[in-house]
Design a protein around this ligand. Sequence first.
Ligand code: ATP
Length: 407
Amino acid sequence: MDKVDKGMAFLEFQGIVQSFGKVKAVDDVSLGIKQGEVFSLLGPSGCGKTTLLRICAGFQRPQSGRVILNGQDITDLPPEKRKVNTVFQNYALFPNLNVYDNIAFGLRILRRPEVEIRREVDRMLDLADMAEHAHKRVNEISGGQKQRVAIARALVNKPQVLLLDEPLAALDLKLRQRMLVELDSIHDEVGITFVYVTHDQGEAMSISDTIAVMNKGKVEQIGSPAEIYEAPRSSFVAAFIGDTNFFDGHVTWVKGEYSQISIEDFGDVLVFNDKNVRLGGAVHLSLRPEKLLISSEKPAEKENVNLFKGVVEEVVYLGSHTKYWVRVGEYRLAVIRQHRRFLLDEKPISWQDEVWLEWHADDGFMLERYSEADEALLVLPDYEDEEETEESVETPAEETAPAGEDA
Ligand code: ATP
């Protein structure tokens, strides 16, 4: 929240609270959105992002808190009196109207003169690259084209803010990627504020100037995509945005910019002091898989670089890169190796190989908040070891349970 410059906020949520029965859908959210930026509300299903968007659109009145747009308190205004339009996931186009009339609809409701309607709809048809489809019915155009019409229809009466509620969720992956680029260029052209709701971190990272990561009705962190990824404050943000390794230790010495963290069942790790560290204090560390360098040969020791020996327990080749899980002590580390000349000169690293892992002390990031439950967000290979499997097979009480239920 400290990231937001309140003085520059164009759209502001102040202490928004919204419960449904016992569920606190939005739990005291305050944030500011700058004029002209693409601001994403990102979080898992049920974290409250749509509720916040609906409150902004005026479809939901908050139990407490205010919404301020361009200095005006709009909390009590009905949706049609707000200079805010919404693009819905299911497009919500009128099936009995053609593309042109769908886009013109909002202006006709406002009884604008026909010449103005023609001018503005033509402008939107160009913007959405739909001019040649203007007279097609909605069921004669593709999903991506429907989405572009929905955006054009929402922009035609020049709102100050465009709200986009999971706008690409109904499209396939390739089309989603293309629409993201198109949305970005539409945003560049119209220059208005976009508030984008998504549970897809890749989408949020690629389109946003600023992201608010939400969890259980609260904002966990606000920042640029790079800040959110490189410097997550909580284990939730670290695990929800991308992949990571968590370590749990305590400070054994502090020297200048670096400290040593002793990690039980792993070893001593050198870390950059990016939080207020004190001798003996607990530290939770997040280390992204691509920060680790994996090699078969022992690399030369370098200053401020951690070096560990491990054994490869899992290898997943993914084309542009390979993902490994490497056992070091009681930990299993996710490691990503980017490929350049894979077939020509990269020595393959295989299952059960002994390997060396190195990473710079600056690349581990100390978390302010840690919850064990967030580890469940990480994708891990099966952890069950052979001993446990044998035991569970021998347990007679398991007889009536379906096979693998406890896996
Ligand atoms: P999704 O991505 O699944 O849409 P979301 O992050 O947008 O999730 P919301 O739709 O804002 O989440 O819902 C937040 C919580 O509030 C959820 O637990 C949801 O079930 C509940 N909720 C939302 N709207 C209502 C409603 N009208 N009545 C009852 N509960 C609601």
